[in-house]
Structures are given as C-alpha cells and as structure tokens.
Design a protein around this ligand. Structure first.
Ligand code: DLL
Length: 461
C-alpha cells in the first residue's frame, strides 16, 4: 500500500506567511506553496500514487465499483499511468441515486463525521459523507480558496452562503477557520441584518452567491447605506452560473474584487477550484481532485484547451470517494503557467451544463422534479412552463405557468386560488425555493413536436 501523502495537512498559515505581511488587502498569499506551487511533474507522481491507492480501495471495498470495473473489463492493475484512467468507468448522478444513502461508502460507517446533500433529478438527494480526514482536506481546500481572493487571518469573513445540508455555508466556515480569519456565520437571507453586521463588524470578505451579492448592493443603496464607508475588499462568489459582466457589476457596485469559486457536493463542496488575483481561470486543487475533460457524447478524454464535460476523481477522499465523476459542467482545462505562482491546472469559468439542471437562487432544480410534483396535484395537467427572470432585485424570479383542468376554470375563483396556493407550497417544500404560480387554461402553453421546451431562461448569464 502506498501511504497517503498528507504533508500539507495541518500546515498552518503562519508557517508560510512572512511576519512582515501587512493587512491582506495589499498582499496575495499562496496558502500552501508546497502543494500549490509544486513542480507539475512531481505533482503527477503523487497524483498517480493516490490514484493507484484509490482504484485498489474501490475495487476491494465498494462492491458497486468492483462490478463497474468488471463490466468495463478493467482491474486495478490496468492503471499504469494517469492517462490510463481514461479506460476506467465513469460515475454519474444516477449511480449516486441508486446507491443512496450509503452504497458508495468506502470506510466503516462509524468513521463518518458529517453528511451533506444536494438535490438529485428525482428528489433523491445526492450524498457526500465525510470522515474527519475528509473534513481536514476540505478545510485546506477552502483556506486556499479564500487566500486566492486575498483573505488572511486579519480578515473578517461574512458568510452568507446557506448553512445546513448545502455545502456552501460550512465549507466557507471551515476554510475561514483554518485561515484563522474571523468568521461571521450569517447564512443566507435577512438582508437588513447582513448590512448592519457588515457595517458594525467591518466585514472585509463577503461570501455568497453572485446574485445575492448584487442584491445586497442594491438593498444597501436603497437603505441609504454608504458603501464607501464599508470595509469590504473582496468576495468569493459561486454555486451558480455568472458572467464577466456580472463580475464587473458586482465589483463596481460594491467596490470590491470579485472572485469565482467552484465546487459541487459530490466532490466535497466548494473548494474544488478557485480564482486567484489573475482572475483568469480557476486553480484546481489538484492534489485532492484529479480533473479530466471528456466529450460528453463519446466519453473520450479531450486534450487541454478543448471544451467538454468536466470529470473529477477524488484522490484522497475516504468517506465517499468517487471515480471519474461526470459533473455535467462544461469547461476546458488551461495548462499555461499562471502569473500568481501556483502551478496547478486551471479550468475556465463554466460555460453551462450538459443536462437540464437549473440553478435558481443557488438551489439545484431539475424541471423533472416540478413535473413529478405536479402529477400528484389534482386539478393540474402536466403541462407547465418555467419562466426565469433576473429582475430589478438581481435575484432569480421564477414563474411557473401550470395548465389547469377545464373544470377548474368553470369553478369558483376561490378554488383556483386554493389550487395556486397548494402548488406554491408543494413546490416550496419539494424544491426548496419559492416560486410564483400562474394558472392558465388548458392548451395555453405551446406544444412542441420535438423536445418540449419547459424553461424560458431570460437571465443574461
Ligand atoms: O454549489 C457548492 C458551492 C458552494 C460552490 C458555494 C461554490 C460556492 P451543489 O449545490 O452541489 O454545490 O451544486 C453544484 O453548482 O455542478 C455547477 O453546475 C454549479 N456551480 C458551482 N459553482 C459554480 C460556479 C455547490 N462558480 C453545481 N459557476 C455545479 C457556475 C457553479 N456554476
């Protein structure tokens, strides 16, 4: 067995940060230069050792993976180089669904210390189970992420990502603690209080979805908060698609530097990749997560620079390690050296997804979830249309048009109103977001001869 190289675990910020470091606003520090600026050839040797370990472990300990490998005609001895990983089977969201809740566990259940989840296509959640070691890795990944944006232990991080099963809240929390920063666990929402705390505690780093950052800026303006008087210097924004235009808007409205951060529940959460001061692609924490980009149609591994579906293998994860997980996110890998001094591969900010998953106010929603919920509500037809706008508020506003059976339209208005309320509350509990329901008469929604159009997304992302 090749021992897991954990030289960086427990490496403290102090070890690398020179005494002369002044307030972080002026200096960008690489949190763990040993790992992040390692000579790439050396990193590949370590990655391969981890990969070998992982494939053997999955084959021996996780029956699901053993069967998958057997079906693909490979065994751990077929892993002869990093490139040969391309011959191994991939893992999909569906695989996670059918093995729910603990089918992919690669360690004793007693070793699990934390669970996170996100929504799956059918409402069956996607689970990530972490051992104590996995949490340490997550802390490290997130400390590097926050450092990428210029945060240090001198900073006050206001964390407006949701705490709970969603990985955003606790992920940032762990990273800020590892960094030694002051963390304010605000969680999402309660905008007036966010602004008050931001002012009173002189928050320097804001972490939330990019749309919420814009919303906060607008609300601050309306509430007469003088943004110039705030101490904010930067923000780490992710969990949903955003664009360079939106970055410009956030930066000018809040007067800060805005950085893109990426991650997904299945592969730990935020901290998989992050932007540095170059703001040109996201550095992948490659000693933890091995990236590939594949052609989503053929599954063939694509060369650097070619756009396709991002695939990750967790290199040292113990709880629920994943082999070649298909993220459905579209990007390309950038291997050009970065001016910041990190030598890790970067990924371009996301271009979109290969499936129909929508991200509404940071929450993952599949149109099929809406369809399933509607089928169970008497009085509705499974014809619906989701219209998404990013209104004045900069938050996603979602309208769900639903066709109602004819008899309801001949009925009294009260029962229509009751039906509307019922759908809104079912959607809120099933999807976790509030949307506005508009009931329409049968055959109002345009029928399609091909793939039906269920979503009109007017957000300019
Ligand atoms: O959104 C983890 C996260 C939390 C990332 C906080 C960043 C900040 P999930 O809820 O599982 O996890 O959603 C993962 O969100 O596959 C992408 O499609 C999308 N996503 C995440 N970050 C970005 C980003 C968290 N920076 C899914 N840009 C991913 C665009 C993003 N999309």
């Amino acid at each position: 067995m090749i021992p897991i190289n954990t030289t960086w675990i427990g490496s403290s910020r102090e070890k690398h940060e020179p005494e002369v470091l002044r307030r972080a606003a002026e200096v960008f520090v690489i949190f763990n230069p040993e790992a992040e600026s390692m000579e790439p050839g050396q990193r590949r040797v370590i990655q391969f050792a981890h990969l070998k370990n992982l494939v053997e472990k999955l084959y021996c300990k996780v029956p699901f993976y053993r069967e998958k490998m057997m079906a693909a005609g490979v065994t751990p001895s077929d892993l002869r180089s990093l490139e040969s990983l391309g011959n191994f089977p991939t893992t999909t969201k569906d695989d996670l669904r059918i093995t729910y809740p603990y089918g992919l566990l690669a360690c004793p259940e007693a070793d699990i210390e934390e669970i996170h989840m996100s929504s799956g296509t059918t409402g069956i959640p996607v689970v990530d189970a972490y051992t104590g070691f996995d949490i340490e890795c997550w802390k490290e990944a997130m400390a590097r992420t926050l450092s990428g944006a210029g945060a240090t232990r001198h900073d006050t991080v206001q964390n407006a990502y949701g705490y709970g099963l969603f990985t955003g809240g606790l992920g940032v929390h762990y990273g800020a603690k590892k960094l030694g920063a002051n963390i304010i666990p605000m969680s999402s929402g309660n905008t007036a209080k966010q602004l008050m705390v931001m002012k009173d505690f002189r928050t320097t780093v804001l972490t939330c979805t990019p749309s919420y950052a814009l919303f906060l800026a607008e609300e601050a303006k309306d509430a007469g908060v003088d943004l110039e008087s705030l101490s904010l210097k930067c923000g780490c924004f992710g969990a949903e698609p955003w664009s360079e235009n939106m970055r410009g808007e956030i930066e000018s409205k809040l007067g800060i530097d805005a950085f893109d951060i990426y991650g997904l529940t299945e592969i730990t959460g935020p901290g998989v990749a992050f932007e540095c001061e170059a703001k040109n692609g996201l550095h992948i924490n490659e000693d933890l997560f091995y990236p590939e980009v594949i052609d989503p149609g053929t599954g063939k591994v694509l060369p650097y620079g070619e756009k396709g579906e991002l695939v990750f293998t967790t290199l040292v994860k113990q709880g629920t390690p994943l082999l070649r997980y298909r993220t459905r996110d579209i990007t390309y890998l950038m291997k050009e050296p970065c001016t910041c001094g990190r030598t890790t591969l970067k990924m371009h900010r996301l271009f979109g997804r290969t499936d129909d998953m929508l991200i509404l106010r940071g929450v993952n929603v599949f149109p099929s979830q809406i369809e399933h919920a509607l089928i169970e509500i008497e009085g509705t037809d499974p014809h619906y249309l989701i219209v998404i706008n990013r209104g004045e508020s900069h938050l996603d506003e979602v309208e769900l048009m639903v066709e109602v059976k004819q008899e309801f339209f001949t009925d009294e208005t009260k029962s229509l109103e009751r039906l509307r309320n019922q759908i809104e509350s079912v959607m809120k509990s099933k999807l976790g977001i509030g949307l506005r329901v508009k009931l329409v008469e049968p055959k109002t929604i345009e029928r399609s001869v091909g793939k039906s159009k269920r979503v009109i997304d007017n957000r300019k992302l």
